[in-house]
Design a protein around this ligand. Structure first.
Ligand SMILES: [Zn+2]
Length: 190
């Protein structure tokens, strides 16, 4: 944060900086070992963010910025915002085939669910889910590569019909696509 903030023309080391990370998804849980207990001071459920703001505000009472200065920095930060690039295949040196294909069961975590007419069915636990493929599509874009064709989709989700793959990809609401029908390439929505 400090090094990337240098571009804003402010001497950040002169100011106290409080790190806070709020988890918007209530299902996310952070687990650390005892050597990383400090994480719990920074990372919290969204509901606790207000309380932490207040605690930080009570701790630092001296006014360091003019409102106009804060507004300017706020605009600059908003403008500099970048979506994270989650290209984990690069970071972990993953190669084609390292990520097992198939739709992961959201109930028991097993591969691979079977596609019935309009729903996914788990052969291991009997769980059924309509949108289980959405997580698998995300896995493809995060762990395999940034594009997906109809054929790759059929192989990755274990579905046979071109029509089924197309419906799953277009209805997932997380993808954009370009190219004509047969050569269409799908990418993650910006
Ligand atoms: Zn299952």
């Amino acid at each position: 944060m400090i090094s990337s903030a240098h571009g804003f023309g402010t001497q950040w080391e002169n100011y106290p900086i409080v790190n806070l990370v709020a988890l918007a998804d209530p299902n996310v849980e952070i687990v650390t070992d005892s050597s990383s207990d400090w994480v719990y001071d920074w990372v919290m459920p969204f509901a606790l963010l207000k309380k932490s703001f207040k605690r930080a505000a009570d701790q630092y009472t001296q006014s360091l910025f003019q409102i106009s200065e804060l507004t300017r920095i706020g605009y600059q930060l908003a403008q500099a915002h970048r979506k994270p690039e989650m290209h984990y295949w690069k970071r972990f040196g993953l190669e084609q085939g390292d990520v097992e294909s198939g739709v992961l069961c959201p109930f028991c975590g097993s591969l691979a669910m079977n596609r019935l007419r309009v729903i996914w069915d788990c052969p291991h636990c009997g769980g059924r889910d309509r949108r289980a493929h959405v997580m698998s599509l995300l896995d493809h874009f995060v762990f395999v590569k940034p594009t997906l064709t109809n054929q790759e989709c059929r192989e990755f989700l274990h579905v046979e019909k071109e029509y089924t793959a197309r419906t799953l990809m277009t209805n997932a609401r997380i993808l954009d696509w370009y190219g004509s029908k047969s050569g269409r390439v799908y990418v993650l929505k910006k």
